[in-house]
Design a protein around this ligand. Sequence first.
Ligand code: SAH
Length: 231
Amino acid sequence: MIGLIGAMAVEMEKLMADVEDRTETTVGMDRYVTGRLYGQEAVLAICGPGKVNAALCAGGMILRYHPQWILNLGVAGAGDRDVGICDMVVATGAVQHDFDTSHLGDPVGLVSKINLVEFPCDAALRERLVRAAEQIPGIHVHCGVIATGDQFIDREADRERIHRLFGAKAVEMEGAAIAHACYTYGVPCGILRSISDGANEQSPMDFGTFAALAADHTQRVVELVLKGLTA
Ligand code: SAH
């Protein structure tokens, strides 16, 4: 079984609509939809924005369904100036940019207990995502670090700081939390994001304009990846 998690309904609705033989199970505040999606056994969930929502949903999914891998898909702000709106970013790894005990001498982003700054993403899944994303016409595909925190980044100075600290290609609010849950339980994970805004002063407006289109692109990539697994 494959696990798919998005934060918002708009990021998952096309995939949700295509699930066959569906079953729905509610655990706590999370609704898990299982069934066949493009020929694959899958479990899908909308986790809600933010790291705690995302980690709870991913942890619950892993313990209940034991997915062979989990993909987090959705929209994000650009982390780097060379990443444009509607470009796609596939994560090599993910950091929690707002985990900060640096005043005690730790590196910014070091997650205590796990003792890691960057949570790894699965290389084979990344390859599949990149190959599929490259099939969407007119889209630039970037690979790199994705930075996660419990903030909508809409100031160029904040984006620049996160880029300087981590080399982030995208900023969002769930990816590293899902990677953290996956790391905890030894489940391979991937993060695919389509850029809805520049993580700058125009972001509140651009997010409203581009989120649905960007979310649609990532769902098309997932369709290609899942269909490719049976081909
Ligand atoms: N109350 C709103 C909150 C959306 S938060 C709702 O529930 O719809 C924005 C979402 O888009 C998050 O899931 C985040 O991962 C992503 N995102 C897009 N642009 C972002 C940015 N500039 N900074 C942080 N997250 C961003």
